[in-house]
Design a protein around this ligand. Sequence first.
Ligand code: FES
Length: 171
Amino acid sequence: PDENRRDFLILATTAVGVVGTGMALWPFVDSMNASKDVLALASVEVSLSNIPVGQAIKVMWRGKPVFIRHRTEREIKEADDVALNELVDPQTDDARVEKKEWLILVGVCTHLGCIPMGTATGETRGDYDGWYCPCHGSHYDTSGRIRKGPAPLNLEVPTYSFLTDTSVKIG
Ligand code: FES
């Protein structure tokens, strides 16, 4: 009887382990339908210290590109100077950033999911100085808001938090 009891305990423990993992992974699987190695990157920490003002980088987060732009004063002013009634998807710049100098966006066009251009230095940034999606011509501004073209919504702002002045955790 003791033998059997031990087997039962081992089985029970294993079952709990499996259920636990399943539940932890569920929200991610549900939201992005990603492979296992992507799931391992549920959040990423990014150092911002090597991004000069006026430049942007692209990092991968949960299998999607995330754009991080160190905005210039001019870019911040452009984002602030737009009246909400000019916007397709009205959102203030303040509602889209935690710190004005750092714009953080999911780099997936809200039309049909292409990756907009404008992150790498020298790439076209479209008519509104932000990003340009070459698939069907959507133009995003310096806050990542849709301004022209078929995309219906602004570029998504991911969940993030600053760990220090020069590092941020995405996710
Ligand atoms: Fe970007 Fe169509 S996917 S404009």
